[in-house]
Design a binder for this molecule. Structure first.
Ligand code: SF4
Ligand code: SF4
Length: 110
């Protein structure tokens, strides 16, 4: 199982896409194996939809994103551990290489 599949398992967006009034925007997904619980994402999220929850993976806990996420990308840009990916409304992911380039540009590396 690759990392992205593990991420999807953690926050099952595909199920929510099939509900009436399913979201049209992208959703932030946290790779809990990379998350350090630093809470930067929770602090920068403009709609306060990120919570740090207890986890056996590290003593600070891990981030989890709820359905209020607007898909703004800010948390993915600011996560120092690249632990957040954005998933499109249909459940598909951006091409990892293209997304990495976009993040680098947004971070000012390019
Ligand atoms: S910024 Fe990244 S590492 Fe820090 S809590 Fe959020 S997802 Fe985890
Ligand atoms: S994509 Fe934007 S709205 Fe969604 S969790 Fe990240 S910062 Fe919050």
């Amino acid at each position: 199982m690759d990392t992205n599949e593990e991420i999807i398992q953690d926050q099952d967006v595909s199920a929510s896409q099939n509900q009436p009034g399913a979201r049209k925007r992208a959703l932030a997904l946290v790779n809990i194996d990379l998350c350090t619980g630093c809470a930067i994402c929770a602090n920068v999220c403009p709609v306060n939809c990120v919570t740090i929850v207890p986890s056996e993976l590290n003593f600070k806990g891990v981030a989890t994103v709820n359905e209020r996420c607007t898909g703004c990308n800010i948390c993915a840009i600011d996560c120092p551990w690249f632990a957040i990916i954005m998933v499109n409304a249909d459940g598909t992911k951006k091409d990892p290489a293209e997304y990495a380039k976009q993040l680098q540009r947004l971070r000012g590396y390019r």
